[in-house]
Design a protein around this ligand. Structure first.
Ligand code: AMP
Length: 280
């Protein structure tokens, strides 16, 4: 596995792989790798011969300084996971090389970023879209893999690639969960025992709603309220529970297969998001 630290090295490497006929996939991450990331790598390997993983804790997308300062960093383990997963190249730029003092550009997607994570975390999506534009420009992949776990992020990034005519196929990989249903997340290590126990109510609520949908319930209120009931005893700070169209992220009054139930809440200062896509 090659480890590269500058955008120039990455684009040189990507160019030579393309010239040798290899298809290139990019898996952007902020490190503290877990089973969710490993599954994105696996999906990438099914689509491309040359898989690039990036690890960069992107300060620009943190709207709370403390969240950035306490974000878990496990570089040695991450490198070992990438090696054992058969990753072709690992891109680990420093903050200085990504954002030198003279850095003055930001990439913004309007509309899709106005609600949900965008409303609750001002500046978050412009940080995401700016860094992903840089990562995709440097690596010039054929495809990029992102997790369903961050559903709004995927919708925003897909819009970015379309609007800027960036020729990258966007692939969404399913959410990987703990045995009890909690979606894997790098931030989960910050949950204490009590919060960890409470957090499971999120997936319980979401899957209960999915089973209501599968038994024929379509009314949004009837699909959302049970989630609120299941979660509200455990999670005092629910930010949003909403059912939206998967492309526009606009509310629907009747749920259809393919619509998404989005959840965000905070437990002991730790923001947790999750979602499910309704299916028959
Ligand atoms: P992060 O390192 O948290 O920025 O996430 C990097 C990528 O991994 C994003 O595309 C996330 O959506 C994805 N991801 C995070 N958690 C999971 C999970 N539990 N299952 C699948 N993908 C995930």
């Amino acid at each position: 596995m090659k480890i590269v630290e500058t955008a120039r090295e990455l684009s040189d490497l990507s160019r030579s792989m393309r010239q040798s006929g290899q298809k290139i996939a990019l898996v952007p991450t902020m490190g503290a790798l877990h089973g969710g990331h490993r599954s994105l790598i696996h999906v990438a390997q099914q689509h491309a011969e040359f898989v690039i993983v990036s690890i960069f804790v992107n300060r620009l997308q943190f709207n709370i300084e403390e969240d950035f300062a306490t974000y878990p960093v496990t570089l040695e383990d991450d490198i070992a996971i990438c090696r054992s997963s058969g990753v072709s190249a690992l891109y680990m730029p420093s903050s200085e090389s990504m954002y030198p003092e003279s850095f003055a550009t930001s990439v913004e997607v309007s509309g899709l970023t106005a609600r949900f994570e965008g409303a609750s975390r001002p500046g978050h999506f412009s940080g995401v879209t700016t860094v992903v534009t840089k990562l995709v420009t440097a690596s010039a992949p054929d495809i990029a893999i992102f997790g369903q776990k961050d559903f709004q992020q995927f919708a925003v990034l897909r819009k970015l690639m379309t609007d800027l005519d960036i020729p990258v196929d966007m692939v969404m990989a399913p959410t990987i969960r703990e045995e009890d249903g909690l979606a894997l997340s790098s931030r989960n290590v910050r949950l204490n025992k009590d919060s960890r126990r409470r957090a499971v109510s999120i997936s319980q609520g979401l899957f209960h709603s999915l089973s209501l949908f599968q038994s024929g319930v379509r009314d949004t209120h009837e699909l959302v309220e049970p989630v609120r009931q299941i979660c509200s005893d455990e999670i005092k700070n629910i930010d949003y529970i909403a059912i939206v169209d998967a492309q526009t992220l606009e509310d629907v009054s009747e749920a259809h297969a393919g619509d998404v139930l989005l959840f965000a809440g905070t437990l002991d200062g730790i923001r947790l998001i999750d979602n499910i896509i309704f299916c028959a």
